[in-house]
Design a protein around this ligand. Structure first.
Ligand code: HEM
Length: 426
């Protein structure tokens, strides 16, 4: 397995480093759930302070947290080039991502300029350190579809960060950006469709065939999809200078690219070589169906202006894209990455023979991963339902809280099993 994954023990960062990110992520998912439970207005409109706090608990606290941890681990594996000074880079970016996200959320919830100031400094500094280190590693890397996806996703994270810092400085009272609406639109597009989507696509090209035992993606798709989508995002970000018709054409191109990826992935899943039950597959399928439904909702809003004008429309897109797609795929991948790393480090540290340590599959009890999938599915279903019947909001928040707690416990159970078999985290 270690040769198949191309991972050498010397190159891999210590298990404790990515684990720190992976174990923190469920706490932010829990924070998001509690926010929904105590402040149901988080889902009433995209413009409430609570909605912005919720968005960043999920996008920075959960998604970016897990994605940075995974990148730290994957760069040496897929790109053949590890992060420079991994301990320092990982430590600084973890602390600043945790504290910076909390400060930004506090800023949204209290409107205190000082909280925005602290959030800006921490997130700006911490993520810049990570981006700088990842850029050094990726410059050295040998090109592949996944490396290309990672490069474009990290470039998008850089744009998202710069635009986010500009917007947060505005809330801190430091300046008034000239074109706030355009800045916000570009921040949103690069954050969700650049950073989150391009990374999932780029990494998916590698991990879907490897972990879910499917045939590979068609070479033409893996060669062109991420650069074409990124090109469209760049045009979209400059959209204020385009004619409305040109914007619709660019958006239709983005929607078509997203559909192509989601449908191809579902078809590969259906052609799996070993049809064993696998909870990660459930999370990926849910993610792809949510992507397809998001595109369907967007298309419907183009045809019926009443949908586009409804305050529920952007929130529905956000719940489907962030909760249904992003959180599902990342959550599912954690169930492959954490058991694999536990198995890999045990095997390498103990020079263990097969049979003397738990297999990857036995690191987390499958029954509990299935329960967590059910909680997550119910949470997204109830939250979508709550947009049409608000009394469901509390139940949706509760399911999300159960899902977050169960995810945290499941990941901890892999760490406990690792330690029980004599594994050392550092
Ligand atoms: C990296 C992942 C990020 C993603 C995916 C993301 C996503 C979003 C989204 C979707 C919105 C808009 C909500 C809406 O219009 O309904 C938003 C707004 C905002 N984001 Fe982010 N964000 C990210 C990072 C950041 C960072 C690092 C900062 C600050 C340093 C930041 C600061 C802001 C601010 C201040 C707003 C509100 C702007 C306004 O009031 O006009 N974001 N973000």
């Amino acid at each position: 397995m270690s040769t198949q994954a191309g991972l050498s023990f010397e190159q891999a960062p210590p298990f404790s480093l990515p684990l720190l990110f992976f174990l923190t992520a469920p706490l932010f998912l829990l924070a998001a759930a509690l926010l929904i439970m105590v402040a149901p207005e988080s889902l009433a409109s995209r413009w409430t302070a609570q909605a912005l706090a919720l968005t960043h608990a999920l996008t920075l606290g959960f998604l970016a947290m897990a994605m940075l941890g995974a990148l730290m681990q994957m760069l040496p594996v897929v790109a053949g080039s590890r992060l420079p000074a991994p301990g320092l880079t990982g430590g600084v970016s973890h602390v600043s991502l945790v504290l910076g996200t909390l400060a930004l959320m506090t800023g949204f919830l209290t409107a205190a300029p000082v909280a925005f100031g602290i959030g800006t400094v921490l997130l700006g500094g911490g993520l810049a350190v990570f981006l700088f280190a990842a850029a050094i590693s990726l410059v050295r890397a040998t090109g592949s579809a996944t490396v290309r996806g990672m490069r474009l996703a990290l470039l998008s994270l850089g744009f998202t960060l710069a635009l986010g810092v500009a917007l947060a400085l505005m809330h801190a009272g430091a300046w008034t950006p000239p074109a706030r609406v355009a800045l916000l639109a570009a921040h949103l597009v690069f954050g969700l469709l650049g950073w989150v989507l391009l990374l999932v696509i780029g990494v998916g090209f590698q991990v879907v065939p490897m972990f879910l035992i499917t045939p590979p993606y068609p070479p033409l798709l893996s060669r062109w999809l991420t650069p074409v989508l990124f090109g469209l995002l760049l045009i979209r970000a400059a959209a204020s200078t385009l004619l409305p018709f040109a914007i619709t054409v660019v958006d239709a191109g983005l929607a078509a690219g997203i559909l192509l990826f989601a449908v191809t992935t579902l078809r590969l899943h259906a052609r799996r070589r070993r049809k064993l039950p696998d909870v990660t597959l459930g999370f990926w399928r849910m993610g792809m169906v949510s992507l397809i439904v998001s595109v369907g909702v967007w298309v419907a809003a183009q045809g019926w202006p009443a949908i586009a004008a409804s305050p529920r429309y952007p929130v529905l897109l956000a719940v489907l894209f962030v909760g249904g797609f992003g959180v599902s795929v990342v959550n599912g991948m954690l169930y492959k990455i954490v058991p694999f790393l536990a198995w890999f480090h045990l095997q390498a540290q103990l020079q263990a023979r097969a049979g003397s340590i738990p297999t990857m599959k036995n690191m987390i009890a499958e029954r509990w991963t299935r329960w967590q999938f059910r909680f997550h599915l119910a949470a997204v279903g109830l939250l979508v339902g709550s947009l049409f019947w608000p009394p469901l909001t509390g139940a949706g928040g509760l399911m999300l809280a159960l899902s977050a707690l169960q995810l945290g416990l499941n990941l901890l159970s892999a760490v406990r099993r690792f330690s029980r078999h004599g594994g050392r985290l550092r």
